[in-house]
Write a protein that binds this ligand. Structure first.
Ligand code: NAD
Length: 470
């Protein structure tokens, strides 16, 4: 059953065919709507407006700003179904499970969390008549540049804490998913003063211009490592502070003695959440030889039983790849693995009867480090399962990567806990992978970036620390 709630929200944010660019429905390739294509002149205007609005926004203080953000969260919640429909069609994730409804609801949850998290000045020293306090002031204008995989939610992760701390924000959505971001920003803007939050829907050049803009004080960037490097270069001029949430190639280790049927479902979704298009999804799985066949069989069984279809089909649990480029990357990585002699246990082919960018969930066995499917980020519905015989070796292989966003260990919690301490990664999950919490900080190491989002750490990341010594 396909539900497509007629969405007034979509009509509000799309423009006439002559004034914008067609945004395809990820499942069908048909035009979902036309998005404005903003230029660097539009960006300049948005930054000017943000600069002008910032002092008054900061002067409101935490309580008033948080009140407005809570109202914005209520608005997003009230229109969550419409927002979910836009996300499901534009990005392609299914409505149910950890899908589009979860993303739309998550936007409200993260806005509220940014509004509600306390951040008091800290007393650093107090003795002999001297007192030193650390205060967190606004930085000014924050540029928020986001990717296409969780378009609305990731934009909110950047926008909400920045606003809470008294900054104004110019958001630049991915050119592939502008509508989801324009939609959530339009909802928030019903409760925010003019100029405080603007979405500029432009191409990569607009992103580059935002990162290097002389009047931007901080850039929050989530996207590929390659673009992250370009952003570091852009900010050499304006010295904008940076939070970089970049690519991941998260390892998972399944220990000997693990009860495979007990973990299989959670393991599967740690890999296949959002059809594998998630920064902190499990992307290479190391399995002890004693349970290797069981893990491969269980994952293949679940893959074959999981319905693949359009995001708007209530029955779908997996959706299409969002873009033609990502579809090509995934196809080529699997073909390369096949040519190397790896075993395609299930999947390993597109599903053209469903639409142009559908790829069947794919389990690849008998593959090793050195294959591009293992060493690079596939960002799609395919996982390489690698056999190991020595746990020490598995830890070394897990750490042998440029990327270090997330990792997980599966099996005995005590042994897993000890190994977790030796895994180089922003987060290590035990018997789960990729679960996030608005009050628990999230961020990467190595080429996966730096800086933290969420909770009090996330608020500090969009603030200027200032010491007052009396
Ligand atoms: P991308 O780097 O291609 O694009 C991200 C954004 O950057 C887009 O808005 C794009 O227009 C903009 N951009 C492109 N070139 C730019 C430049 N030179 N200067 C400034 N902005 C520029 O990434 P993507 O393909 O949209 O997203 C997928 C990648 O994002 C994957 O690698 C994934 O792992 C990563 N990601 C990371 C996290 C995290 O939290 N660490 C979360 C989600 C996605």
């Amino acid at each position: 059953m396909t539900t497509q709630t007629p969405t007034a929200l979509l009509e509000e944010i799309t423009v006439a065919e002559t004034e914008g660019r067609a945004v395809p429905d990820a499942a069908t390739g048909e035009t979902l709507g036309y998005a404005p294509v903003h230029t660097t002149d539009d960006l300049d205007a948005a930054v000017r407006a943000a600069r002008a609005a910032q002092p008054a926004w900061a002067a409101l203080g935490h309580e008033r700003r948080s009140e407005m953000l809570r109202r914005a969260a209520e608005e997003v919640e009230a229109r969550a179904e419409e927002l979910a429909q836009v996300i499901a069609r534009e990005q392609g994730k299914p409505l149910n499970g950890a899908g589009a409804r979860f993303e739309a609801g998550g936007c409200a949850v993260w806005i509220r969390s940014a509004a509600d998290t306390p951040l008091e000045p800290e007393v650093l020293f107090e003795a002999e008549g001297t007192r030193s306090e650390l205060h967190y002031d606004p930085l000014g204008v924050v540029g928020a540049i986001s990717p296409w995989n969780w378009p609305a939610l990731i934009a909110i992760w950047q926008i909400a804490p920045a606003l809470r701390m008294g900054n104004t924000v110019v958001a630049k959505p991915s050119e592939y998913t502008p509508l989801s971001v324009l939609a959530v920003v339009a909802l928030m803007n019903r409760h925010l003063p003019e100029g405080v939050l603007t979405a500029v829907s432009g191409d990569r050049e607009v992103g580059a211009a935002l990162a290097g803009h002389e009047d931007v004080d901080k850039v929050m960037f989530t996207g590929s490592t390659r673009t992250g490097r370009a952003i570091v270069q852009s900010t050499a001029q304006n010295l904008a502070r940076l939070t970089l949430e970049l690519g991941g190639n998260d390892p998972g280790i399944v220990l000997p003695g693990t009860d495979v049927p007990a973990i299989a479902e959670q393991l599967f979704w740690g890999i296949f959440i959002n059809t594998g298009q998630t920064c902190a999804a499990l992307k290479r799985l190391y399995v002890h030889e004693s349970v290797y066949d069981d893990v491969v069989t269980e994952l293949a069984r679940i893959a074959e039983a999981t319905p693949l279809g359009a995001g708007t089909d209530e029955n779908s649990a997996l959706g299409p790849l969002t873009t033609a480029q990502q579809f090509e990357i995934v196809t080529e990585l699997v073909e390369d693995a096949r040519r190397r002699g790896a075993r395609i246990v299930t999947g390993g082919e597109p599903a053209p009867e469903l639409g142009p960018h559908f790829y069947r969930p794919t389990i690849v066995a008998d593959i090793d480090d050195g294959a591009p499917l293992v060493d690079t980020e596939q960002f799609g519905p395919v996982v390489p399962v690698i056999k190991y015989s020595d746990v020490e070796d598995a830890v070394a292989r897990a750490n042998n990567s440029e990327q270090a966003l997330g990792a997980s260990v599966w099996g005995d919690p005590e042994q897993a806990r000890r190994l977790a301490e030796r895994i180089q990664s922003g987060t290590v999950w035990i018997n789960q992978h990729g679960t996030l919490n608005p009050v628990v900080p999230f961020g990467g190491l190595k080429s996966s970036g730096y800086g933290l989002e969420f909770g009090v750490h996330g608020l500090k990341a969009v603030a200027a620390p200032k010491v007052i010594t009396v």
